[in-house]
Design a protein around this ligand. Sequence first.
Ligand code: FES
Length: 109
Amino acid sequence: MRTVRVTFVLPGGRERVCEARLGETLLDVARQEDIAIEGACGGSMACATCHVIVEPGFFERLPVASPEEEDMLDLAESLAPTSRLGCQIALDASLDGLVVNVPKTSLLE
Ligand code: FES
């Protein structure tokens, strides 16, 4: 499998289902699909504007967040137990069907 399916749930509940290539990050996918996740630092873990909330069931499949990611997440609004930085989620085959919620605070105005 060279692609996986990812669903972004936007504020208000609208869903965007995307095909993504293995190795891409969620932030990469959002940008290609014109989903307006801010991602102000471009993926260098210097902001928290790519914050997403991962559906339980998939959260457990992700590698554990690094201390640097945890530090950045502490700055995110709407933090949840399954919060992650979208730029740090690299897609692999085990994540096919991944569903993430995009908080309003992660979207460009
Ligand atoms: S884009 Fe800045 S931490 Fe992800």
